[in-house]
Design a protein around this ligand. Structure first.
Ligand code: ADP
Ligand code: MG
Length: 386
C-alpha cells in the first residue's frame, strides 16, 4: 500500500536529521485481531492479522555512543545513552524505543548504538497497535544492525517486556507477536500459553472479500482500570475452579464450572473467555477449509459476548456493528481491549464502501464523532525492506 511513501519519508527524515544516508530500512505493521478478545492473558487463543499500515525505521550505526531517535509523527528528536537507560529514565514515546534497547540488553545482547528515523501510517491510540509496530520495527532494525543472534520466535517476548516493564503498560504478547510474526494473506493463530503459532490462510483478496476497519474514535473511558478489573476477575475465576487459567476450561466443562463460581459477574466474565476461545478454534477450522464467509456469525457472536458478558463495549462500537450487519456484512465485532477502538466487519469487497457509509450515517444520526474507515488485507510482519 503506502509502503513506499512511508519508507521514503523515513529515509528523507533520516537524511535531514543526521546528514548522512541510512544503512537500511525496516518495517513493522499495526494489527487487528480477527477474533479472540481478552483471551491472551487467560493463556488462550487469538487470531490477529497484520495491517497494510506500518511503521518504518531508517537507521544506521551511530557515530557516537548513544541512541538518537527522530519521529516524523511528532517531529521530535530524543537521545539517550547507556547510563540513561534504566526504566523510567526515558519518558514519553521514547520509552517504547529505549525499552526495546533495555530489554535486548537485559537478555544479554550487545545492542549497537544507532541513529534512527521513524515514519508511520499506523494511527496512534486507535487500538491498531502503533506501540507494537514501533517496538517491533526498532527491535528488527537493531537486531539486524548489530547482527544479533535473536531467533524470530524470541522477539515478541522481548518487545512485550519493553512495553510491560519499561513503558509500564500491562499488555499481553499478542500485539508484538502479530507485528513480528504475521504473513501476508494469512492470519496468525497464536496459542498464548505455548506461544506456538500457525499461519492460517486468510486470503481475502482471492476470495473477493474485504475486512472493513472502522475506527469508532470513541474516547477510551477508564480503560486501564477496567482492563485490570477484567484480568483480576478472570484470575479469580480460574482460582475458584482450581485451574491454572480459564484456558483450561473447555465448552463441555462450562455449565458445571459456572455453577461453581461465586457470583453472577464472575460467571459472565468466565463464560466470555471460555466461549471466545472456542470461537477462535471454530474460526481457524473454517479458515483451514477456506470457508471465509462462514466465519461471519462467529465474529458477531464474539461481539455479543463482549457486549453482554464481558461488558467492554460502548455505544459507538455497538452502533458500528449493528450498522455494518444491516448493510450486508457477514459478521462484525469490536476488536481490541474495548471501551472504544475499532470494529472489523467482513463483507464482499464490492460492498465495503456501502458498509463504511452505513456506519458513518448511523454515527451521524446518533451525534457521534465521524468514524474513520479503511479496508485491510492481511499484510506481512516485521522485515527489512529491500
Ligand atoms: P496503540 O498501540 O493502540 O496505537 P498505545 O497507547 O498502546 O496505542 O500506543 C500509542 C503510543 O505509542 C503513542 O502515544 C506514542 O507514545 C507511541 N508511538 C507509536 N507510534 C509512534 C510513532 N510513530 N512515533 C512516536 N511515537 C509513537
Ligand atoms: Mg498499544
Amino acid at each position: 500500500m503506502s509502503d513506499g511513501a512511508v519508507a521514503r519519508r523515513a529515509v528523507a527524515g533520516f537524511r535531514t536529521e543526521y546528514g548522512v544516508e541510512p544503512t537500511g530500512r525496516w518495517a513493522a505493521p499495526g494489527r487487528v485481531n480477527l477474533i479472540g478478545e481478552h483471551t491472551d492473558y487467560n493463556d488462550g487463543y487469538v487470531l490477529p492479522f497484520a495491517l497494510p499500515q506500518q511503521t518504518v525505521i531508517a537507521a544506521a550505526a551511530a557515530r557516537r555512543a548513544n541512541w538518537s531517535v527522530w519521529s516524523e509523527t511528532n517531529g521530535e528528536r530524543i537521545s539517550f545513552d547507556d547510563a540513561g537507560l534504566a526504566p523510567g529514565a526515558v519518558p514519553g514515546w521514547g520509552a517504547y524505543v529505549a525499552g526495546v534497547v533495555w530489554a535486548l540488553r537485559e537478555a544479554g545482547h550487545r545492542v549497537p548504538h544507532a541513529e534512527l528515523a521513524i515514519a508511520s501510517d499506523v494511527p496512534l491510540g486507535a487500538g491498531l497497535s502503533s506501540s507494537a509496530a514501533l517496538e517491533s520495527a526498532v527491535l528488527t532494525a537493531l537486531a539486524d544492525l548489530g547482527g544479533l543472534d535473536l531467533p524470530v520466535d524470541d522477539r515478541p517476548r522481548l518487545a512485550q517486556r519493553a512495553e510491560n516493564e519499561y513503558v509500564g503498560a500491562p499488555t499481553g504478547v499478542m500485539d508484538q507477536s502479530a507485528s513480528i510474526r504475521c504473513r501476508a494473506g494469512h492470519a496468525l493463530f497464536l496459542d498464548c500459553r505455548s506461544l506456538a503459532v500457525e499461519h492460517i490462510p486468510f486470503d481475502l483478496a482471492e476470495a473477493g472479500l474485504a475486512i472493513v476497519v472502522l475506527d469508532s474514535r470513541a474516547e477510551h473511558r477508564h480503560v486501564d482500570g477496567e482492563y485490570a478489573d477484567r484480568r483480576r476477575v478472570c484470575e479469580e475465576a480460574a482460582r475458584q475452579l482450581g485451574v491454572p487459567a480459564l484456558r483450561d476450561i473447555g465448552p463441555a466443562d462450562l455449565p458445571g464450572a459456572l455453577d461453581r463460581l461465586s457470583d453472577e459477574v464472575t460467571r459472565r466474565r468466565a463464560r466470555h473467555v471460555v466461549t471466545e476461545n472456542q470461537r477462535v478454534l471454530d474460526t481457524v477450522a473454517l479458515l483451514r477449509d477456506r470457508r471465509i464467509r462462514d466465519i461471519g456469525p462467529l465474529l458477531t457472536a464474539s461481539h455479543a459476548s463482549m457486549r453482554d458478558d464481558f461488558e467492554i463495549t460502548v455505544p459507538e462500537v455497538d452502533t458500528a456493528v449493528d450498522a455494518a450487519l444491516a448493510a450486508g456484512a457477514y459478521g462484525a465485532r469490536m476488536t481490541g481491549g474495548g471501551f472504544g477502538g475499532c470494529v472489523v466487519a467482513l463483507t464482499e469487497a464490492d460492498n465495503a464502501d456501502a458498509v463504511a457509509v452505513a456506519v458513518t450515517d448511523a454515527f451521524a444520526e446518533r451525534g457521534f464523532t465521524r468514524p474513520r474507515a479503511f479496508t485491510a488485507l492481511p499484510g506481512p510482519g516485521a522485515r527489512r525492506l529491500p
